[in-house]
Design a binder for this molecule. Structure first.
Ligand code: PLP
Length: 243
């Protein structure tokens, strides 16, 4: 198999340039934005190449693959759970995950809290899961996530969590013809973060996880702190894949 590193480096350079331009356009500093490579469709060799290139935060969307890979890599590689999460996977996933981007309901959030507290009774080193709340900004029926109204209604309960650290919001833009049309969705998430931070006494939402291969430039311009990029990063590698 050919060495994936040159292709990855080339793609990363192009992505980096776009991030820098988006930061410059919006008056942001480059170090406010972290690229999280999404490795859900990546071969193991590609993931290893990314790690060699210095990327230590990686996103996976399926718990099974995240768990498998987290065992294969040393502890300094941090795994981000970005896909839909079932409550029965939470107990296994929490110790392996650095940030869960996809907490999409109070049911899931309270399950994470309860399970963490149970686990911590038995652990010397206490688990303190960090999570983002996934918001369905556009209100599409088919989309996962809290509606902004659900978040407002439950904000007291979110703030009263003891074990779980809510550190930000995540969204996925609706399907649009022109990427520019995703801007209002990203801007709304930023405004919602500000609104919730104002309504908080002790909790501070730091992160906005938004922007994927297609629309990350717009997301960065609108304040993304974490961008989740998969297909663009690996483009040019699929062709060489064996049957
Ligand atoms: C797959 C996935 C991504 C990456 O998508 P690309 O379009 O391949 O960059 C980002 N976020 C989530 C939640 C995903 O499932």
């Amino acid at each position: 198999m050919p060495d994936p590193q040159p292709v990855l480096q080339h793609n990363l350079d192009q992505i980096e340039e776009k991030i820098r331009t988006a930061c410059a356009v919006s008056g942001r500093s480059r170090d406010e934005v972290q690229l999280i490579p999404v490795t859900k469709y990546a071969q193991l060799e590609w993931v290893k190449a990314l790690v060699n290139l210095g990327y230590h935060h990686l996103g996976e969307s399926r718990p099974q693959q995240l768990l498998q890979r987290s065992e294969m890599f040393p502890a300094n590689i941090k795994w981000h759970m970005i896909g839909q999460l079932q409550r029965n996977k939470v107990r296994k996933l929490i110790p392996a995950t650095s940030l869960i981007h996809s907490v999409d309901s109070m049911k899931l959030l309270t399950a994470i809290e309860r399970i963490t507290q149970e686990e911590n009774l038995e652990r010397e080193e206490q688990l303190k899961p960090e999570v983002l709340l996934q918001v369905n900004v556009s209100g599409e029926e088919s989309k996962q996530g809290f509606t902004p109204e659900e978040l407002r209604v439950n904000w007291e309960a979110v703030q009263s969590l003891q074990a779980t650290k809510v550190v930000g919001l995540m969204t996925m833009a609706p399907k649009v013809e022109e990427i520019e049309q995703s801007r209002p969705c990203f801007a709304s998430l930023r405004e919602l973060r500000e609104e919730l931070n104002q309504a908080s006494s002790n909790l501070k939402l730091k992160h906005l996880s938004m922007g994927m291969s297609r629309d990350f430039r717009i997301a960065v311009e609108e304040g993304a702190t974490l961008i989740r990029i998969g297909s663009l990063l690996f483009s040019g590698l699929k062709e060489s894949e064996p049957e």
